[in-house]
Write a protein that binds this ligand. Structure first.
Ligand SMILES: [Fe+2]
Length: 232
């Protein structure tokens, strides 16, 4: 079953799409990450210029029926790229985080998101983080819904997540609550990070959608500042 425009649309099987706000939807899928069972979330943004899928999961392209026409598939960091090839094969322009094309030489990307800008039209601002080369995450800001779309920048694991995932995330300093991991605390280049966050925090976002955990529906800017209080 899936949900479009607030309505459950069911085939009796398959993934579940949820409307988050006007023109922004999410689809969750189970995945294993370093052996951990963890749900991962794809975000779908409908713009006047076409539909963007961020951090794509394995799903049929007709899941977009009733939303709009597929145009872009974004692999937003060096870890979230497993299914972007499926969406490129389905007709999307593939856009990659910096460094990812070297890791996925089997894929042909249209572009690399290596500077702050609007390659997906003026409704979406892309902000690449320069401070964490291990991931090279690119954050998207969807202006109409005041939503910041992040991948692994912060986690907000649900209490309903599998125990093993919660335990591992707690050991990594990333649970409970909306948090970063210890890896970021240790490895982030802090001078660059402060510059990156100046750009992010200058945007008028209220909601945060992340790839793992519960969406922060409101107060997202304060939640992000709190998660990065060790930096800011
Ligand atoms: Fe992730």
């Amino acid at each position: 079953m899936w949900y479009v425009n607030g309505h459950r649309m069911s085939t009796g099987r398959g993934p579940t799409m949820q409307k988050v706000a006007d023109n922004i939807y999410t689809l969750e899928a189970g995945l294993r990450f370093f052996g951990l069972p963890i749900d991962t979330r794809m975000t779908v943004i409908n713009t006047a210029d076409g539909v963007l899928v961020h951090s794509p999961v394995k799903a049929p392209v007709d899941i977009l029926a009733g939303i709009g026409e597929l145009r872009w598939a974004v692999a937003p960091n060096k870890f979230h790229h497993l299914y972007v090839g499926d969406w490129i094969d389905a007709g999307a322009e593939g856009w990659a985080a910096p460094g990812l094309p070297d890791k996925r030489k089997d894929l042909t990307f249209t572009g690399v998101l290596n500077e702050v800008g609007e390659p997906f039209g003026d409704e979406i601002l892309a902000i690449p983080l320069t401070c964490f080369p291990m991931s090279n995450e690119v954050v998207l800001f969807h202006k109409p819904s005041r939503t910041l779309v992040v991948t692994d920048l912060v986690f907000n694991l649900s209490k309903q997540a599998k125990f093993s995932a919660r335990a591992a995330f707690a050991m990594a300093g990333a649970y409970p609550g909306c948090k970063t991991s210890n890896l970021e605390r240790i490895l982030m280049k802090r001078d660059l990070a402060r510059q990156d966050f100046e750009t992010i925090l200058a945007q008028e976002f209220d909601r945060i959608i992340m790839s793992h955990g519960d969406i922060v529906e409101t107060g997202g800017k304060d939640a992000l500042k709190h998660a990065f209080r060790w930096l800011l």
